[in-house]
Design a protein around this ligand. Structure first.
Ligand SMILES: [Zn+2]
Length: 335
Protein backbone atom coordinates (compact mmCIF):
# COMPACT_ATOMS: atom_id res chain seq x y z
CA UNK A 1 0.00 0.00 0.00
CA UNK A 2 1.69 3.16 -1.16
CA UNK A 3 -0.41 5.69 0.74
CA UNK A 4 -0.13 5.07 4.50
CA UNK A 5 -3.58 5.06 6.06
CA UNK A 6 -2.59 7.87 8.41
CA UNK A 7 -1.55 10.07 5.51
CA UNK A 8 -4.81 9.41 3.78
CA UNK A 9 -6.71 10.61 6.84
CA UNK A 10 -4.79 13.89 6.69
CA UNK A 11 -5.76 14.19 3.06
CA UNK A 12 -9.43 13.54 3.81
CA UNK A 13 -9.46 16.16 6.54
CA UNK A 14 -7.81 18.69 4.28
CA UNK A 15 -10.33 18.07 1.54
CA UNK A 16 -13.27 18.58 3.84
CA UNK A 17 -12.08 21.91 5.19
CA UNK A 18 -10.59 23.69 2.19
CA UNK A 19 -12.87 25.36 -0.33
CA UNK A 20 -12.55 24.43 -3.97
CA UNK A 21 -15.13 24.33 -6.73
CA UNK A 22 -15.48 20.55 -6.86
CA UNK A 23 -13.47 18.85 -4.17
CA UNK A 24 -14.78 20.57 -1.04
CA UNK A 25 -17.20 18.79 1.24
CA UNK A 26 -17.90 15.27 2.34
CA UNK A 27 -18.71 13.79 -1.02
CA UNK A 28 -15.28 14.47 -2.48
CA UNK A 29 -13.63 13.32 0.75
CA UNK A 30 -15.47 10.04 0.64
CA UNK A 31 -14.53 9.58 -3.00
CA UNK A 32 -10.86 10.17 -2.24
CA UNK A 33 -11.13 7.73 0.65
CA UNK A 34 -12.86 5.21 -1.59
CA UNK A 35 -10.03 5.52 -4.09
CA UNK A 36 -7.37 4.50 -1.59
CA UNK A 37 -5.63 1.61 -3.26
CA UNK A 38 -3.50 -1.33 -2.33
CA UNK A 39 -1.27 -1.38 -5.39
CA UNK A 40 -3.29 -3.98 -7.23
CA UNK A 41 -5.27 -3.44 -10.38
CA UNK A 42 -8.72 -2.13 -9.61
CA UNK A 43 -11.63 -1.00 -11.67
CA UNK A 44 -13.73 2.00 -10.65
CA UNK A 45 -17.18 2.32 -12.20
CA UNK A 46 -17.63 5.94 -13.25
CA UNK A 47 -20.81 6.29 -15.35
CA UNK A 48 -23.61 3.78 -15.79
CA UNK A 49 -23.61 2.90 -19.49
CA UNK A 50 -25.89 -0.14 -19.34
CA UNK A 51 -28.03 -0.21 -22.43
CA UNK A 52 -25.62 1.88 -24.50
CA UNK A 53 -25.84 0.67 -28.09
CA UNK A 54 -22.95 2.51 -29.71
CA UNK A 55 -19.34 1.52 -30.40
CA UNK A 56 -17.06 0.41 -27.58
CA UNK A 57 -13.60 1.81 -26.97
CA UNK A 58 -10.73 1.14 -24.60
CA UNK A 59 -8.32 3.99 -23.84
CA UNK A 60 -4.83 2.84 -22.80
CA UNK A 61 -2.67 5.55 -21.21
CA UNK A 62 0.36 5.84 -18.96
CA UNK A 63 -0.78 8.69 -16.68
CA UNK A 64 -4.02 10.14 -15.36
CA UNK A 65 -4.52 13.18 -17.69
CA UNK A 66 -3.12 11.61 -20.88
CA UNK A 67 -6.75 11.11 -21.96
CA UNK A 68 -7.09 14.91 -22.33
CA UNK A 69 -5.43 14.56 -25.76
CA UNK A 70 -8.62 13.00 -27.13
CA UNK A 71 -11.21 14.26 -24.68
CA UNK A 72 -13.42 15.80 -27.39
CA UNK A 73 -13.56 12.53 -29.31
CA UNK A 74 -14.39 10.56 -26.17
CA UNK A 75 -17.14 12.98 -25.12
CA UNK A 76 -18.92 12.82 -28.45
CA UNK A 77 -18.33 9.05 -28.59
CA UNK A 78 -20.30 8.47 -25.38
CA UNK A 79 -22.97 11.12 -26.07
CA UNK A 80 -23.65 11.44 -29.80
CA UNK A 81 -22.69 7.85 -30.69
CA UNK A 82 -24.15 6.40 -27.46
CA UNK A 83 -20.83 4.57 -27.16
CA UNK A 84 -18.99 3.03 -24.25
CA UNK A 85 -15.50 4.06 -23.16
CA UNK A 86 -13.34 2.29 -20.61
CA UNK A 87 -9.99 3.71 -19.55
CA UNK A 88 -6.98 1.67 -18.47
CA UNK A 89 -4.20 3.73 -16.89
CA UNK A 90 -0.84 2.15 -16.16
CA UNK A 91 0.47 4.46 -13.42
CA UNK A 92 -1.02 6.76 -10.80
CA UNK A 93 1.08 9.69 -12.04
CA UNK A 94 2.83 10.29 -8.72
CA UNK A 95 5.78 11.69 -10.69
CA UNK A 96 3.62 14.77 -11.33
CA UNK A 97 4.54 16.55 -8.10
CA UNK A 98 6.67 19.33 -9.56
CA UNK A 99 3.92 21.65 -10.76
CA UNK A 100 1.36 21.00 -7.99
CA UNK A 101 1.97 24.34 -6.25
CA UNK A 102 -1.59 25.64 -6.52
CA UNK A 103 -3.12 22.28 -5.62
CA UNK A 104 -1.42 22.29 -2.22
CA UNK A 105 -4.19 24.50 -0.82
CA UNK A 106 -6.88 22.26 -2.25
CA UNK A 107 -5.49 19.03 -0.86
CA UNK A 108 -3.83 20.45 2.25
CA UNK A 109 -0.45 18.79 1.72
CA UNK A 110 2.90 19.97 0.38
CA UNK A 111 2.64 18.11 -2.87
CA UNK A 112 5.67 19.83 -4.43
CA UNK A 113 7.94 18.11 -1.91
CA UNK A 114 8.92 14.96 -3.80
CA UNK A 115 8.45 12.47 -0.97
CA UNK A 116 5.15 14.03 0.16
CA UNK A 117 3.93 14.35 -3.43
CA UNK A 118 4.80 10.76 -4.25
CA UNK A 119 3.02 9.54 -1.12
CA UNK A 120 -0.22 11.48 -1.69
CA UNK A 121 -0.56 11.92 -5.43
CA UNK A 122 -1.60 8.33 -6.22
CA UNK A 123 -4.93 8.71 -4.39
CA UNK A 124 -5.35 12.32 -5.52
CA UNK A 125 -4.68 11.60 -9.16
CA UNK A 126 -6.95 8.56 -9.14
CA UNK A 127 -9.67 10.82 -7.75
CA UNK A 128 -8.97 13.50 -10.35
CA UNK A 129 -9.08 11.02 -13.22
CA UNK A 130 -12.39 9.59 -12.07
CA UNK A 131 -13.90 13.09 -11.91
CA UNK A 132 -12.38 14.03 -15.28
CA UNK A 133 -13.66 10.92 -17.00
CA UNK A 134 -17.10 11.45 -15.43
CA UNK A 135 -17.27 14.64 -17.53
CA UNK A 136 -16.70 12.48 -20.61
CA UNK A 137 -19.29 9.84 -19.70
CA UNK A 138 -16.62 7.16 -19.35
CA UNK A 139 -17.92 3.84 -18.05
CA UNK A 140 -14.95 2.72 -15.98
CA UNK A 141 -11.33 3.37 -15.13
CA UNK A 142 -8.95 0.54 -14.37
CA UNK A 143 -5.86 1.58 -12.43
CA UNK A 144 -2.85 -0.72 -12.75
CA UNK A 145 -0.93 1.41 -10.21
CA UNK A 146 2.49 0.82 -11.74
CA UNK A 147 5.31 3.19 -10.82
CA UNK A 148 5.55 6.68 -12.34
CA UNK A 149 9.29 6.82 -11.83
CA UNK A 150 10.44 9.93 -13.73
CA UNK A 151 10.32 11.81 -17.00
CA UNK A 152 12.46 10.22 -19.69
CA UNK A 153 12.32 9.77 -23.44
CA UNK A 154 14.46 6.62 -23.27
CA UNK A 155 12.08 3.83 -24.18
CA UNK A 156 14.62 1.19 -23.10
CA UNK A 157 14.37 2.49 -19.56
CA UNK A 158 10.74 1.29 -19.51
CA UNK A 159 10.55 -1.53 -22.05
CA UNK A 160 14.19 -2.66 -22.41
CA UNK A 161 15.35 -6.14 -21.45
CA UNK A 162 16.72 -4.86 -18.12
CA UNK A 163 13.83 -2.48 -17.39
CA UNK A 164 12.28 -2.91 -13.95
CA UNK A 165 10.16 0.25 -13.77
CA UNK A 166 6.90 -1.59 -14.42
CA UNK A 167 5.90 -5.19 -13.88
CA UNK A 168 5.64 -5.73 -17.62
CA UNK A 169 4.39 -9.28 -17.33
CA UNK A 170 1.52 -8.07 -15.18
CA UNK A 171 0.72 -5.13 -17.47
CA UNK A 172 0.63 -7.45 -20.49
CA UNK A 173 -1.66 -9.84 -18.60
CA UNK A 174 -4.04 -7.03 -17.59
CA UNK A 175 -4.17 -5.61 -21.11
CA UNK A 176 -4.92 -9.05 -22.55
CA UNK A 177 -7.63 -9.58 -19.93
CA UNK A 178 -9.23 -6.21 -20.70
CA UNK A 179 -9.41 -7.07 -24.39
CA UNK A 180 -10.86 -10.48 -23.59
CA UNK A 181 -13.54 -9.14 -21.23
CA UNK A 182 -15.05 -6.73 -23.73
CA UNK A 183 -15.21 -6.83 -27.48
CA UNK A 184 -13.95 -3.32 -28.25
CA UNK A 185 -14.31 -1.70 -31.64
CA UNK A 186 -11.37 0.62 -31.05
CA UNK A 187 -8.41 1.10 -28.74
CA UNK A 188 -7.19 4.68 -28.28
CA UNK A 189 -3.61 5.45 -27.22
CA UNK A 190 -1.18 8.34 -27.53
CA UNK A 191 0.90 8.61 -30.69
CA UNK A 192 4.28 7.14 -29.61
CA UNK A 193 6.51 9.81 -31.13
CA UNK A 194 10.14 9.01 -30.16
CA UNK A 195 10.68 12.46 -28.64
CA UNK A 196 7.76 12.11 -26.20
CA UNK A 197 7.67 10.68 -22.66
CA UNK A 198 8.82 7.05 -22.73
CA UNK A 199 5.85 6.11 -20.52
CA UNK A 200 3.51 7.34 -23.26
CA UNK A 201 5.43 5.47 -25.94
CA UNK A 202 5.55 2.32 -23.82
CA UNK A 203 1.84 2.34 -22.97
CA UNK A 204 0.96 2.60 -26.66
CA UNK A 205 3.42 -0.10 -27.67
CA UNK A 206 2.05 -2.45 -25.00
CA UNK A 207 -1.50 -1.73 -26.18
CA UNK A 208 -0.42 -2.55 -29.73
CA UNK A 209 1.15 -5.83 -28.64
CA UNK A 210 -2.08 -6.78 -26.89
CA UNK A 211 -4.19 -5.91 -29.93
CA UNK A 212 -1.92 -7.82 -32.30
CA UNK A 213 -1.92 -10.88 -30.07
CA UNK A 214 -5.64 -11.33 -30.79
CA UNK A 215 -6.87 -13.21 -33.83
CA UNK A 216 -7.22 -10.76 -36.74
CA UNK A 217 -11.00 -11.11 -36.83
CA UNK A 218 -11.25 -10.14 -33.18
CA UNK A 219 -8.87 -7.17 -33.17
CA UNK A 220 -10.13 -3.69 -32.37
CA UNK A 221 -8.81 -0.84 -34.50
CA UNK A 222 -5.81 0.75 -32.78
CA UNK A 223 -5.99 4.54 -33.02
CA UNK A 224 -2.90 6.48 -32.01
CA UNK A 225 -3.65 10.11 -31.51
CA UNK A 226 -2.69 13.49 -30.22
CA UNK A 227 -4.02 17.01 -29.94
CA UNK A 228 -2.88 19.61 -32.41
CA UNK A 229 -3.24 23.37 -32.75
CA UNK A 230 -3.93 25.26 -35.97
CA UNK A 231 -0.44 26.72 -35.87
CA UNK A 232 1.22 23.28 -35.67
CA UNK A 233 2.94 21.84 -38.72
CA UNK A 234 1.05 18.81 -40.08
CA UNK A 235 2.15 15.56 -38.48
CA UNK A 236 4.21 13.65 -40.99
CA UNK A 237 4.25 9.90 -41.25
CA UNK A 238 7.48 8.13 -40.40
CA UNK A 239 7.57 5.47 -43.08
CA UNK A 240 6.32 2.14 -41.85
CA UNK A 241 7.08 3.08 -38.24
CA UNK A 242 4.36 5.65 -37.59
CA UNK A 243 1.73 6.50 -40.19
CA UNK A 244 0.50 10.05 -40.73
CA UNK A 245 -2.89 10.86 -39.16
CA UNK A 246 -5.86 9.78 -41.23
CA UNK A 247 -8.80 10.74 -39.01
CA UNK A 248 -9.50 13.85 -37.02
CA UNK A 249 -11.96 15.27 -34.55
CA UNK A 250 -12.54 19.01 -34.78
CA UNK A 251 -13.02 20.55 -31.32
CA UNK A 252 -14.30 23.71 -33.03
CA UNK A 253 -17.51 22.10 -34.31
CA UNK A 254 -20.04 24.77 -33.42
CA UNK A 255 -23.46 24.43 -31.80
CA UNK A 256 -25.82 26.14 -29.39
CA UNK A 257 -27.36 29.60 -29.57
CA UNK A 258 -25.77 31.62 -32.33
CA UNK A 259 -23.36 28.66 -32.68
CA UNK A 260 -21.25 30.17 -29.95
CA UNK A 261 -20.34 26.88 -28.24
CA UNK A 262 -17.88 24.18 -29.22
CA UNK A 263 -16.27 21.04 -27.78
CA UNK A 264 -13.35 22.92 -26.23
CA UNK A 265 -15.75 23.60 -23.36
CA UNK A 266 -16.05 19.98 -22.23
CA UNK A 267 -12.34 19.46 -22.85
CA UNK A 268 -11.70 22.41 -20.52
CA UNK A 269 -13.98 20.91 -17.84
CA UNK A 270 -12.13 17.61 -18.18
CA UNK A 271 -8.71 19.26 -17.90
CA UNK A 272 -9.85 21.38 -14.94
CA UNK A 273 -10.43 18.22 -12.87
CA UNK A 274 -6.69 17.48 -12.95
CA UNK A 275 -5.98 20.23 -10.45
CA UNK A 276 -2.75 18.73 -9.15
CA UNK A 277 -1.27 19.10 -12.64
CA UNK A 278 -0.45 22.77 -12.92
CA UNK A 279 1.02 22.89 -16.41
CA UNK A 280 -1.85 20.80 -17.75
CA UNK A 281 -4.18 23.62 -16.66
CA UNK A 282 -2.38 25.92 -19.10
CA UNK A 283 -3.75 23.71 -21.89
CA UNK A 284 -7.23 25.11 -21.26
CA UNK A 285 -8.65 26.40 -24.52
CA UNK A 286 -5.62 25.23 -26.47
CA UNK A 287 -5.70 22.83 -29.40
CA UNK A 288 -8.34 22.60 -32.07
CA UNK A 289 -8.00 19.09 -33.41
CA UNK A 290 -7.51 15.56 -32.21
CA UNK A 291 -5.76 13.57 -34.92
CA UNK A 292 -5.46 9.81 -35.24
CA UNK A 293 -3.71 7.17 -37.29
CA UNK A 294 -4.39 3.44 -37.44
CA UNK A 295 -1.46 1.46 -36.10
CA UNK A 296 -2.62 -2.13 -35.78
CA UNK A 297 -2.31 -3.37 -39.37
CA UNK A 298 -6.04 -2.83 -39.86
CA UNK A 299 -7.89 -4.38 -42.78
CA UNK A 300 -9.65 -2.23 -45.39
CA UNK A 301 -12.94 -3.25 -43.79
CA UNK A 302 -11.84 -2.01 -40.36
CA UNK A 303 -10.50 1.19 -41.87
CA UNK A 304 -13.88 1.78 -43.54
CA UNK A 305 -15.67 1.26 -40.20
CA UNK A 306 -13.39 3.75 -38.47
CA UNK A 307 -13.94 6.24 -41.28
CA UNK A 308 -17.69 5.87 -40.74
CA UNK A 309 -17.29 6.46 -36.98
CA UNK A 310 -15.31 9.65 -37.54
CA UNK A 311 -17.87 10.82 -40.09
CA UNK A 312 -20.50 10.41 -37.38
CA UNK A 313 -18.29 12.27 -34.92
CA UNK A 314 -18.43 15.21 -37.35
CA UNK A 315 -22.24 15.24 -37.48
CA UNK A 316 -24.23 18.02 -35.83
CA UNK A 317 -25.09 16.84 -32.33
CA UNK A 318 -27.48 19.43 -30.92
CA UNK A 319 -30.67 20.80 -32.43
CA UNK A 320 -30.79 24.55 -32.92
CA UNK A 321 -33.50 26.11 -30.76
CA UNK A 322 -35.62 29.13 -31.53
CA UNK A 323 -36.06 31.79 -28.85
CA UNK A 324 -38.62 34.51 -28.53
CA UNK A 325 -38.49 38.02 -27.12
CA UNK A 326 -38.55 36.67 -23.53
CA UNK A 327 -35.05 35.31 -24.11
CA UNK A 328 -33.83 38.73 -25.15
CA UNK A 329 -33.84 38.08 -28.86
CA UNK A 330 -35.88 39.24 -31.79
CA UNK A 331 -39.02 37.06 -31.95
CA UNK A 332 -38.40 33.76 -33.70
CA UNK A 333 -34.68 34.40 -33.93
CA UNK A 334 -32.05 31.72 -33.94
CA UNK A 335 -29.40 34.40 -34.48
ZN1 LIG B 1 1.46 11.67 -19.41
Amino acid sequence: MRVPFGSLLVLICACSTVSSPRSAGHQASEEVAALAFDGRARRVDVTDRHGARGPRALVVIAHPDDETAFAGTLYKWTTHLDGVVDVLVLTNGEGGFKYATLAERIYGVELTDESIGRAHLPAIRQHELVEATRVLGVQSVTFLAERDHRYTTDLDEVLGADARVWDLERVRRELAAALQRERYDCVFALRPTPTTHAHHQAATRLAREAVLSLEPARRPALLIGNMTAASDAPIAGDGAALPAPEFSFDRLQRFGFQEKLDYRIVVNWEIAEHKSQGTMQLALGRGEREEFALWGGESDETRAKVRELFARLAEPQFEAKTYGASAGTNAGSTQ
